[in-house]
Design a binder for this molecule. Structure first.
Ligand SMILES: [Zn+2]
Length: 183
């Protein structure tokens, strides 16, 4: 069911859950998950209470620059640029005794990079060639830090911050870009 709350619409999904949750999807759709027997009035009140957060979130998404993953041209030059960043930041991880990872490149629509600590591989999104250098640096450092800490714990961010003290600004800048697979 799709409902309306002032200037945005939202979809209500009834599930076996205890509490109501609201989220904004990457496609800027608002979904509310509610317990099976939750009265409609309660849902409306809940959404009204969260409407400020939803509007801020939607406004932020509108500002995002969309990168269409299928349109990217990624060749040897782009690959070399990213590998150079890995080589530049790897020495900063020497105190953590990380092994030199194997770097792979892929077109991905949901993330900028991933790391498999066990295999020692890092996959970087080819879309990185479309974002500013500081965003690339952030992703490279983030994935290298996963060779130390696999999760996104406080300890993980301490590693990131050690290597890249200004990482929060870089990360914020990266959040201005959204990946999409087709037009
Ligand atoms: Zn991560």
């Amino acid at each position: 069911m799709v409902y309306q709350c002032q200037d945005f619409s939202y979809e209500v999904m009834r599930k076996r859950v205890k509490h109501m949750t609201i989220r904004v999807t990457p496609k800027a759709e608002v979904t509310v998950t509610v317990p099976l027997r939750c009265p409609e009035r309660q849902i409306r009140e809940f959404v009204a209470a969260k409407s400020g957060w939803v509007r801020r979130h939607l406004a932020e998404m509108e500002k995002k620059q969309v990168i269409f993953v299928q349109d990217i041209t990624f060749g040897k030059v782009e690959e070399e640029e990213l590998l150079a960043l890995v080589r530049a930041y790897l020495p900063a991880f020497a105190p953590y005794h990380v092994m030199e990872p194997q770097i792979r490149f892929r077109r991905m629509k949901s993330r900028w990079g991933s790391c498999n600590k066990t295999r020692g591989t890092i996959t970087l999104n080819k879309a990185l060639c479309m974002v500013p250098q500081e965003c690339r640096i952030y992703v490279v450092v983030h994935e290298l830090a996963h060779l130390v800490e696999m999760n996104h714990s406080a300890a993980f961010y301490r590693v990131v911050e050690n290597v890249l003290p200004e990482y929060k600004n870089y990360e914020k800048r990266l959040r201005q870009y959204a990946l999409q697979d087709e037009k």
